[in-house]
Design a protein around this ligand. Structure first.
Ligand code: C2O
Ligand code: CU
Ligand code: CU
Length: 452
């Protein structure tokens, strides 16, 4: 595959670095007057933030905040983002969960060249599905996601939805110490296990914030796990809440499981929360409080639960004629090079980072338009949120739980679990297929699937 640098400008002197009155600002985010076009200008650059009070940490931020600025688009419309790299290293943006053409998928050397410091790249694609999605780089992921390059992307339902209020809450636990200094983002012995865990849990970049919500109203909470390695076990004790969508795709509304809802890295849930008439609720990860949800204002009159969200236009796989492919996710025996550790593999192969000029060797080749059933086997005792680019799949079976099928881009494969997912291979390209525990994908648990 060859690439042109058509999007690259020589230098970007004067672009967005001078604010009104000539004051130097490090960021700007422009949105034109014509909202129908969903045009954004998004800069990635270092940003000093006090995650720990009085102790600035140098994060990497999209649009001057970490997690990054919320991008919004309407289902079926075109999202255009001029991305400007003001970091000191190359990067790209991947649009997690969006079914888009391969050249907009943001994987360096597979879908585009890396965007080097000072360069820009124009992302331009239609968002076919409504829901809660997100964006992040797809290179040096431990460092780049770990330092804050993650952000929400909300695609609004084409014909609207029954919610009158909504809030986006991005969950991330930072690997910083008491002085706000970054700790190692990938610790080899942790990467070989569940993944390196950060220390400071935050919601929208704030440790244990108080989030004000309108008293008595039903609010759509978009909870996004933008953390690199942690699977949160979400619960809201004593709250009236129902699950409306998983990973952007609607489900028949249901309660939160008594044991909590496990949300792996990269996964999202849309909840309907009935805010109490007064008082507070706790949003928790297991027993730990992540945020306080506080009812404010005069309580609204009780209303019904909103209607379910409309389904996304995803092709229905036909299980009768689907071809079965097997994928084993397991520990890698070879610990060859300590400088470039490999701890994980898929079907006996560990992914080597794509390099210039080398197209990846796909682990599977799918026929365009073909129907497929993937059997995912976890041969380890650690969780693997298995994610596929470019196509949305249907979860159909598991040996560990009764599956009421749903569509998603990520399936959280439990310890020693075997599960089956089905899809129609309707998007041509070379698509990444990987575990979204960043420590796992960085140490081998990644592959590419070709659809042609
Ligand atoms: Cu969030 Cu390869 O993806
Ligand atoms: Cu993705
Ligand atoms: Cu994993």
């Amino acid at each position: 595959m060859s690439f042109s640098r058509r999007q690259v400008l020589a230098g970007l002197a004067g672009v967005g670095v001078l604010g009104l009155g000539g004051t130097a600002v490090r960021y700007w985010l422009g949105r034109p007057h014509d909202l129908a076009t969903h045009d954004y200008q998004l800069i990635a650059a270092p940003l000093d933030v006090e995650l720990v009070a009085g102790q600035p940490s140098t994060l990497w931020a999209y649009g001057g905040q970490a997690p990054g600025v919320e991008l919004r688009c309407r289902q079926g419309d075109r999202l255009r983002v001029r991305f400007i790299n003001q970091l000191s290293e190359p990067t790209t943006i991947h649009w997690h969960g969006i079914r888009l053409p391969i050249d907009m998928d943001g994987v360096p050397y597979i879908s585009q060249l890396p965007v080097r410091p000072g360069e820009h790249f124009d992302y331009d694609f239609v968002c076919p599905d409504a829901g809660s999605f997100w964006y992040h780089p797809h290179t040096a992921s431990s460092e780049q996601l770990g330092r804050g390059l993650v952000g929400p992307l909300v695609v609004e339902e084409r014909e609207g939805n029954a919610f009158r209020h909504e809030r986006t809450l991005c969950l991330k636990t930072w690997a910083v110490d008491e002085q706000g200094a970054f700790m190692p983002l990938l610790v080899p012995r942790e990467a070989a296990r569940a993944g390196t865990r950060g220390r400071l849990a935050t919601v929208n970049g704030q440790p244990r914030p108080v989030v004000d919500l309108p008293a008595g109203e039903v609010v759509r909470l978009r909870l996004l796990n933008v953390d690199s390695n942690i699977t949160y076990t979400l619960n809201l004790p004593a709250a009236e809440a129902r699950i409306y969508a998983l990973d952007g795709n609607p489900v028949a509304p249901r309660g939160i499981p008594a044991k909590g809802l496990r949300l792996g890295p990269g996964m999202r849930v849309d909840l309907a929360l009935r805010v109490p008439a007064s008082g507070e609720l706790a949003l928790r990860d297991g027993p730990l409080r992540l945020a306080t949800l506080r009812a404010v204002g005069a309580p609204a009159e009780a209303s019904d639960w909103p209607a379910p969200l409309p389904a996304n236009p995803i092709a229905e796989p036909d299980l009768q004629r689907a071809e079965l492919l097997r994928f084993n996710f397991e520990w890698a025996a070879s610990l060859a090079d300590p400088a470039d550790p490999v701890y994980w593999q898929i079907n006996g192969k560990a992914w080597q980072s794509p390099a210039p000029g080398c197209a990846a060797q796909p682990i599977a080749r799918l026929r365009l338009g073909g129907h497929y059933l993937f059997e995912l086997r976890n041969l380890s005792q650690y969780l693997h949120p298995i994610h596929l680019h470019g196509m949305t799949f249907k979860v159909v079976w598991s040996d560990r739980q009764v599956i009421e099928p749903w569509y998603t881009d990520t399936y959280l494969l439990g310890k020693n679990e075997t599960a089956r997912i089905a899809l129609v291979a309707d998007n041509p390209g070379l698509w990444m297929f990987h575990c979204h525990v960043v420590d796992h994908m960085e140490t081998g648990l990644m592959a590419a699937i070709e659809v042609a």
